[in-house]
Design a protein around this ligand. Sequence first.
Ligand code: AGV
Ligand code: CA
Length: 336
Amino acid sequence: MTLVYLDHDGGLDDLAALQLLLSYQHVTLVGVAVTPADCLLEPALSVTAKMLRLAGRDDVRAAPGILEGRNPFPMAWRVDSLRVDHLPILNSARRPSPGHPSEPDPARRPSAANMPLPAHKDLARKVLAAPEPVTVVCTGPLSNLARSLDEHPDIEEKIREVVIMGGALDVDGNVDRPGHDGDAEWNLFWDPDAARRVWQSSLPLTLYPLDATNHVPVTSELVGDLTRAASPGGAATIVATLWAMTFGTWECTGQPYYCWDSLTASHLGDAGICRFETVETAIVTSGPSQGRVVRGGDRAVNVAVSADPDAFARHVIATLTGSDAHPAAVEQASAG
Ligand code: AGV
Ligand code: CA
């Protein structure tokens, strides 16, 4: 069994990553944090709770990130979390789910007794309480992990590896902001100091930068294949719906939407989808390249440098349509 703590930031593909991790039979999620970066915090927490519940894991309470990076994400991207929170596929359970948009569960109303810990404290608590070392998967900025390392340096020995979606090594970045040179990727640009703090640790780091994720755009074919393989209400339908909501990105930004975070999560299921190199790197924290990962530092990182899109598609479809990929949803469909 692999123990995993996921720190995501509520984007459409972050949620696909969450679904993949929930579907791996050999992975146990010990905790989930939501960073208020590529999302609005409340709806992203609500969606996370609903997905955990559908997967039969409502024993995990999503922890709210209270740290803010210095470079906010565009609001046009952040509001996706509001739309997802109202998707029928996440809200059709017979009993009202916790955080349902119109029917809040009284037991989940904040009170001194049931207030969740802030994400960076939840991360430390879950990692320190785990019976064996935990793999931390970060599909958003690294603010929580950085603060957690500052407050609890002893978590280092309880973390097996950190798997990060971020950076652009030998390809263009995806930050398009006045005063920035475009060489950074958004997750590390949001909080460059946090990235440097994580780089300064001695944790084993595996990086999924744009060099690899550029090989896996969300395509009509991918969504169609996943949809045809899916059973109603199951894990594959949830991910196909999330990815369907990404269409229009190219028309608005001139770039496709990629399987950035789901490819990163697939590291836990099949690390053979990507080719890896060990690269000495550093983080730029100020000036027009802030947030950039550069070659030539002294921090060795295991970097995914390319990905096989067909292998990724096969892996996702097999994982999400496995007969036991989503036990609670199957139960629910047959009960309904
Ligand atoms: O830079 C990639 C990261 C991933 O973690 N996110 C999206 C994924 O969750 C930021 C991002 C870059 N371009 C975007 C992004 C876009 N066009 N829409 C939404 N988010
Ligand atoms: Ca993300």
